[in-house]
Design a protein around this ligand. Structure first.
Ligand code: GTP
Ligand code: SPV
Ligand code: MN
Length: 596
């Protein structure tokens, strides 16, 4: 007797017509064999899928160069296929499921001829966790098969968990011929199903990540009463050894991985990582919010990573616990066969080829590493991995941080008055765009809770869902808006960031422990400047004051932009959110917020 899983795989094979089918068991031995295939047999254009890097400097580490048109998530080609458009909301591209399937069935038909179909069974979350989900992805490229081993718990457990069930999470992926005109990432939330074709890159192709753990899972969360969020999870240990757990939502390429890996600039503090991109949040029986990270890997931005900005990441990349580590679209030092990117320590190597394989000289206008070049590495390699990482219950969350990249306007840190006000702070997140997705860089776009590209249903309903979760929490976390990216008149970052961010986190920890006061302003509660530990920081008193400056004229324009953004959700926008916006407007009318 065949199982629903076997039948499903069989149907996909009939459609895609691969030469071979390989059911992965997720072992290291198997991963080594698949990497060999990527080195010797599989190619993208003329480039082998994998190239081995300098073994002494980078053991078990491989370089991958993507198709030149395939370097980031493609939001324009990403669709949420609910039966009706209203459920998908104005935040998503929508196509009727029947139309989407008809369109893609033609593209999938025979797309794996001459190739191997890899069947990847994987768990999102510890299999012992009540919050974990059993999933299957099909792919036709070694790079994705190996990446999924790093990013998820890929092994036979998922097959056991699925057993005879039909409601497992299904993902069908093919790189096809990488034609950007035939590239689509289609989500069918009702069926827990993703169809992705034409891209081998990150969030487009590793279907456990953004496609399932955010877009589909956010919809499951709406139905089942939990939240799937684009958030870091971290534990902050104070000098007494108490650990405070928090999550932080920040749009793509706005500092999540760096925050999760933070090396404290304040003596006595330690930051433990539990996750750098995705958090699933559940209301526990104790009325607190509990977080698990469904992933097991880090798919992080390489440029800017150095021993100065992120020493723990470099240690993680050199770690040897889990096979293998990958670099995608960095530059290469051809003398030493090592990866290189802008911002890495040391002198610029003499002989470099850029991310497309062309010779590159210092001073050249284009970047050597693609700005969205990334590494894929196991979280188990991190020297700062929290001992709670595998805890099936997750960790209890005392604070939620909401970050964004704003060169003006948003102060260094502000605490919300309460849950509802905090949800509003999340709803109004706007960020200046980066290279993590294909669009013009440096333009402000509103990105509520950093979830705009990842919410699998109408965002107005999502705001309501956040408010409802708050009602179930007896002990809700405190909520904070932060901004590491304010610049001075010369365009220079005013806040040193990275390890220095602990100064803000320390204040947050002390707030959750009721050990420090705050001052009420129109925006929320701000620290008394003296309460921030600035010992040893290169920030003058004048600059620090500027980091908290609030300009009512700028806020007037901001509030009008927020309202315009909310208009598109019509009656789906909860009236509580509109009221919060009105309250903010009124308080600016009454007084100009000042920090003393
Ligand atoms: P995704 O993986 O796309 O979701 O990105 P992310 O949010 O994990 O961002 P990441 O930590 O990789 O940082 C993105 C970029 O922001 C990198 O170039 C970092 O060097 C830079 N960055 C991170 N933290 C800080 C900070 O505190 N200050 C400044 N100035 N830059 C930062
Ligand atoms: C992001 O863009 O938020 C990422 C990279 O984490 S990707 O996995 O490509 O979505
Ligand atoms: Mn991300």
């Amino acid at each position: 007797m065949t199982t629903p899983l076997e039948r499903w795989v069989d149907e996909q094979a009939k459609l895609c017509k691969p030469d071979k089918i390989h059911w992965c068991d997720g072992t290291e031995e198997e991963a080594r064999r698949i990497v060999e295939i990527g080195i010797k047999e599989e190619k993208i254009g003329n480039t082998p899928v994998f190239q081995e890097l300098n073994k002494e400097a980078w053991p078990d580490t491989y370089f991958h160069r993507s198709h030149p048109t395939d370097v980031a998530r493609t939001e324009k080609l990403t669709f949420i296929c609910h039966p009706d458009k209203e459920t998908a909301g104005p935040n998503n591209n929508w196509m009727h499921p029947d139309e989407a399937k008809e369109k893609l069935r033609k593209l999938f038909d025979g797309c794996m001829k001459g190739r191997t179909m890899y069947v990847l069974p994987y768990m999102m979350g510890n299999p012992d966790s009540p919050y974990a989900k059993a999933c299957i992805q099909i792919t036709d490229i070694s790079y994705v098969a190996v990446s999924m081993r790093i990013m998820t718990r890929m092994n036979k457990t998922a097959i056991k968990k699925i057993g005879n069930r039909d409601d497992f999470v299904k993902g069908l992926h093919s790189v096809a011929d990488f034609d950007p005109n035939k590239r689509f990432i289609m989500h069918f939330p009702e069926e827990h199903l993703v169809w992705s074709i034409g891209s081998g890159y990150g969030g487009n192709a590793l279907l456990g990540k953004k496609c399932f753990s955010l877009r589909i899972a956010s919809y499951l969360g709406l139905k089942e009463g939990w939240l799937a969020e684009h958030m870091v999870i971290l534990g902050i240990e104070d000098p007494k050894g108490n650990v405070t757990y928090m999550t932080a939502a920040m749009p793509s390429a706005c500092g999540k991985t760096n925050l999760a890996m933070l090396e404290s600039a304040l003596p006595g503090y330690k930051v433990w990582i539990l996750g750098d991109d995705i958090a699933w949040l559940n209301v526990g029986p104790d009325g607190r919010l509990w977080a698990i990270n469904p992933e097991t890997g880090l798919f992080g931005v390489a440029p800017g990573t150095s021993t100065k900005t992120n020493p723990n990441m470099l240690k993680t990349l050199k770690g040897k616990k889990f096979y293998p580590t990958l670099f995608t679209n960095t530059a290469l030092n051809t003398d030493s066969n090592e990866p290189w990117w802008e911002g890495l320590d040391g002198d610029i190597p003499k002989n470099l080829i850029d991310w497309q394989g062309k010779p590159w000289r210092a001073g050249q206008e284009t970047k050597a590493a693609h700005p969205n070049s990334r590494f894929t590495v196991s979280i188990y390699n991190a020297p700062t991995l929290s001992k709670e990482f595998d805890n099936p219950k997750g960790v209890p969350i005392s604070a939620i941080i909401l970050g964004s990249r704003r060169t003006k306007l948003i102060p260094l840190v502000v605490e919300s008055f309460d849950w509802e006000h905090g949800v509003f702070m999340g709803v109004r997140i706007g960020s200046e765009t980066t290279a993590a997705a294909i669009h013009k860089e440096g333009v402000l776009r509103r990105d509520p809770m950093a979830m705009l590209p990842f919410c699998g249903y109408n965002m107005g309903d999502y705001f309501r869902h956040w408010l409802n979760i708050g009602k179930k929490l007896k002990n809700p976390p405190k909520i904070y808006a932060v901004n590491w990216f304010k610049v001075d008149e010369n365009g220079k970052f005013m806040w040193p960031g990275f390890g220095e961010n602990i100064r803000v986190l320390e204040w947050i920890v002390k707030r959750t422990q009721n050990k420090v006061g705050a001052q009420d302003t129109a925006l929320g509660r701000m620290p008394h400047l003296k309460a921030l530990n600035m010992k040893g920081a290169c920030v003058s008193a004048k600059e620090l004051k500027k980091l908290f400056e609030v300009n009512p004229a700028e806020w007037k324009a901001e509030i009008s932009d927020i309202n315009k953004f909310l208009d598109q959700f019509g009656s789906h926008t909860p009236k509580e959110i509109r009221n919060q916006c009105k309250k903010l407007e009124d308080s600016f009318k009454k007084e100009c917020a000042k920090v003393h």
